[in-house]
Design a protein around this ligand. Sequence first.
Ligand SMILES: *Cc1c(COP(=O)(O)O)cnc(C)c1O
Length: 225
Amino acid sequence: MSLNERRTLAERITWVQTSIHQACIRSNRAPNSVELLAVSKNHPAENIQLAWELGLKNFGENYAQELRDKAAQLAGLHGLRWHAIGPVQKKNAKYIAQSAWAFHALDNLGLAEKLSQQRQGEPLRCFVQLNLSNEPQKNGLRPEALASFLQAVSALRGLHICGLSCLPPASAEPEKSRPYFQTLATLAHAHQLSELSMGTTQDFHIAIEEGATWVRVGTALFGGR
Ligand SMILES: *Cc1c(COP(=O)(O)O)cnc(C)c1O
């Protein structure tokens, strides 16, 4: 990695952290109430290591095998936490159970059972992902199924349901995400879940205004994929 690339990454991190800070101030929130999850999918392990050297500690991956491989490559980096943020097939649950600190896309009981069976040590922090936009091809649990889902997973050892997550439909207008973020916040509150994983490069500032505790930012940190 060249000095130039290093400088670019450092500047991007500063820009994202400043934007988070400003969104917190605007919405009367404590700046440390929002965690930055750096989405590193499709970017090489060296870039993650550099971001870690520059102070980031939480990294999000979409693909179970990619997470497994990067976790092995970067096993020596102190304090680094892996977050699985994409859909996971049951046969790959073991990689998440072994390597992830948190999972942001839990949406079915079969997968929850597999993760529960495979998890050792401290419980896996899970966010239940909701499909709030009625897009049929989209991952996520329908909101009307949330109550019974939470009831069912509460019986499983090795998992701790800490909050909800969503990914609104892609749009050129970030404001279009706001109603989805509001709905997610309302549902989390109704079910006494304290964490909200929502907001990406294009709309994390709005997600923070609506209560996000984790923002998942890729492109603004690492560039295009
Ligand atoms: C890729 C991805 C992100 C990051 O998106 P950017 O636009 O690159 O910030 C966040 N969340 C999920 C679920 C993703 O798949």
